[in-house]
Write a protein that binds this ligand. Structure first.
Ligand SMILES: O=C(O)CCC(=O)C(=O)O
Ligand SMILES: [Fe+2]
Length: 266
């Protein structure tokens, strides 16, 4: 899956990559974001964290939205929202990748939300380990319509809290889940609507870790069961932006916390 850095070029996925996604419910593409793009993104989220005086390194929701953060940012600071929206959520490589995987014409995929996680080494939220879950347990859109792109801003592996995944589990409908608080849960509690008990046996022994390199993008089918490890490292932060998208026209639950709403990405 090695490719040259994309910068602002559209992504190209070959038939093997598309088939891999269809068969497994996820696809990692390396070298999509340049190192400085990753560093700049983390810097902006950290500036925001300082601005809202968060010492715990909580997750940050929907920083692209003016209305969501109007109590924090004035009219002269709109560049913060603009940067997240234009450079990250609408990143050409991500947008074109989604259109290929969703078999949609240009403009038929919309963004609905975004969530940034620091998983900052040594911080209260470093140990945030997600239970095995399906992302669609939250918006409950039609199977296959909801898809997430995770932008990886530093190398991640099991030591610093990478994700794990159950390949092929995207073929299942929504599984029965134990519902838990999944955003700004108390440090020490694990988020993610837990499907450990209902996950069919045939997937359990197929579980794999998902180490990823800085600059990669993970495309993830919203029924593909996944979770993550705590960041147990001394100084290896694991910043990542999780961006859900939807094939335009399908219904979904907006949610009090996520406040999902459709934003065109072209
Ligand atoms: O980044 C992680 O640790 C997993 C997060 C996740 O799966 C989610 O937010 O849905
Ligand atoms: Fe998830």
């Amino acid at each position: 899956m090695k490719q040259k850095p994309m910068f602002d070029r559209p992504i190209e996925l070959n038939p093997e990559q598309v088939k891999f996604y269809d068969d497994n419910g996820f696809l990692i593409v390396e070298n999509v974001l340049a190192d400085d793009e990753c560093d700049k993104a983390v810097e902006i989220f950290d500036l925001h964290r300082i601005k809202i005086k968060d010492e715990e390194y909580k997750g940050i929701m929907n920083l692209d939205r003016v209305d969501f953060w109007s109590h924090v940012y004035g009219p002269n600071e709109r560049w913060v929202h603009r940067y997240v929206k234009q450079m990250l959520i609408k990143h050409p490589a991500v947008v074109t990748g989604l259109e290929i995987l969703q078999r949609r014409d240009v403009g038929c995929v919309v963004n609905v939300q975004s969530m940034f996680l620091f998983k900052k080494a040594g911080s209260p939220y470093a140990k945030q380990a997600w239970n095995p879950h399906q992302d669609n347990a939250y918006p409950r859109a039609k199977q296959g319509a909801y898809i997430t792109a995770n932008l990886v801003f530093s190398d991640q592996d099991p030591e610093n809290g990478c994700m794990f995944i159950y390949p092929g589990s995207h073929m299942e409908a929504l599984l029965k889940a134990e519902f838990v608080k999944s955003f700004q849960e108390k440090p020490g509690k694990n988020p993610g609507h837990d499907v450990t008990k209902s996950l069919p046996k045939k997937y359990r022994n197929k579980r794999i870790d998902l180490p990823m390199k800085k600059g990669s993008v993970l495309f993830l089918h919203s029924h593909c069961v996944h979770g993550s490890y705590p960041n147990n490292s001394l100084n290896r932060d694991r910043p990542m932006l999780l961006i859900p998208y939807l094939t335009n026209g399908y219904k979904f639950i907006a949610g009090k916390t996520g406040q999902r709403k459709e934003l065109p990405i072209r």
